[in-house]
Design a binder for this molecule. Structure first.
Ligand code: ZN
Length: 118
């Protein structure tokens, strides 16, 4: 992170308009410098939120990962190491939410069954 690329990352693009504005600025930084679009060697699991583009800043040597918003997914633009952590945490939270949802459904089904028996 530096003055040439970005001072901070974006954990979410709350609106399409915000992403549109960001994407225009990013395109300017790629077209006129300093950012360079690069291929990425890092492994990301195939899942929602997997970054689709990577950019390198020659000034601070940061590699940025971009995941565009898509329906409910709100995207991000973060340094590589932060993107990996963010994606892992997001997937972990989704997994835990899924388990809690299943436990609640099971509890409701057990309660209804118990009510039906009595
Ligand atoms: Zn930089």
């Amino acid at each position: 992170m530096c003055g040439d690329c970005y001072h901070r990352g974006f954990f979410v693009f709350p609106t399409y308009w915000k992403f549109d504005t960001f994407a225009e600025e990013l395109q300017q930084k790629v077209t006129y410098g300093p950012l360079q679009a690069v291929a990425c060697a890092a492994n990301f699991p195939d899942s929602i939120g997997k970054p689709e583009a990577f950019y390198r800043c020659p000034s601070c040597r940061e590699t940025w990962a971009l995941s565009s918003p898509d329906n409910a997914w709100r995207g991000y633009f973060l340094p590589m190491h932060m993107a990996k952590t963010y994606l892992r945490d997001t997937q972990r939270k989704a997994f835990i939410r899924g388990i809690i949802r299943k436990i609640l459904l099971l509890a409701i089904a057990a309660y209804l069954f118990w009510k039906w028996l009595h």
